[in-house]
Design a protein around this ligand. Sequence first.
Ligand SMILES: *Cc1c(COP(=O)(O)O)cnc(C)c1O
Ligand SMILES: [Zn+2]
Length: 461
Amino acid sequence: MKEVAFQQCIAASCSARFGIEELLFACTKCGSLLDVRYDWDRAVVPKKLSAFESRWNTPGRSADSRADYSGVWRFRDLLPFAPTEKLVSIGEGRTTLQEADFLATTIGMHPGQLYLQYEGFNPSGSFKDNGMAAAFTMAGVLGKSRVACASTGNTSASLALFARHARTQEGLPLQAVVFVGGGKISSAKLAQALDYGAKTIQVAGDFDDCMKLVREAAEKLDLYLMNSVNPFRLEGQKTIMYRVLEGLGWDVPDWIIVPGGNLGNTSAFGKAFAELRHLGLIDRVPRIAIINATGANALCALVNEHNLRWNDSDWDQSIIDKYWSQMETENFRAQTVASAIEIGRPVSLTKALRTIDVMDGVVRQVTDDQILDGKALVGAHGYGCEPASGASVAGLRLLLDEKVISPADRVVCILTGHALKDSAVTANYHTGGPTKPRFANPPVTCAANIEDVERILTGKD
Ligand SMILES: *Cc1c(COP(=O)(O)O)cnc(C)c1O
Ligand SMILES: [Zn+2]
């Protein structure tokens, strides 16, 4: 394994290489983000993606069959950085790609062309479990016993759950430390971190403050950092795309639509497709649409207004620096109802630029009202999702309006979190307020007698 996998700086002008077990969260030469990379000539990779189907339903207790049960490690040949005996799993990635014909026709698409990828069906209720399986595996390889993250809620829930199930070299659970923002975290997400026994530090500040603090704490107090600057997280999240392809019978869709927060998913998806193309396992790459909330729109503004581009890994850092310092001058704070994407300074920004390049991507922003309408549409025509996930359907509606996406295109919206993650927001939407939202389904009050029920159900007054 060690010979096949290594870490490498994403900037081609630097390209510094590091060993797979070097504990780094940025290039020591130039400060750029690091990739986990593989010497594919020496890795053993199936010749066709359909070969992975042989791993379905393999019962048994061997390391291999336990790995096959995981929707992440079933694809371990495509992220070969640790031996099978060391892979950590809590049953993550057993998620569903659902054809969504009623939703398709409601928003003006052709039936059969719209799919929803439900990553909320992971054990902790969000896609974060895909990445944690990989990062906890690395924590085990490195012999770490304390792990930490900053979080808007789902990363901490996932980390706290994995910490209970992973084991240190002494056979004990890992100690989880999570930094969450003071006010905004949904009660369900906070409850998960507390219930799973994580040391939960509520910082008087927002996600960006938490991120800064956890980086310092990790360095000073020997905590293993589990945010998506940890490149192993992204290796696990690549598998979301493998499962999408699997759900489509290994056909490549026209579009992937994903909400953009810290941009870990965006980064992982581009890397997944670049590698599949390099390996000759697909013959084309889908396009990606990354959807920001208007109140947390750094990527959208940098790409569409300031013309920031990957530019063969020679991106113009001065555009980014200028944007951050302007944010600081204005004391800008990200603000959106979709708390999971309420992030001012996405840590994986530069890798997201690479994804836009690889996947011929577009970036858009949608308002909180559009996000909530998108979420309600998923609830009305599917299994539901949390607010941030609604951004992908809101983005689809916008791109259909703009005619960037055609009703005949085959589109996959990534639904990042479970409907129960933020039920207060959902209940508020439906019970309304002064402005009745477009897809609200408010409860009807009723006296405790059958006449009143009849009046309601027959529509007679
Ligand atoms: C973390 C999260 C996001 C944002 O994903 P990034 O990879 O940080 O862009 C979106 N939705 C949900 C539900 C999340 O938990
Ligand atoms: Zn470098």
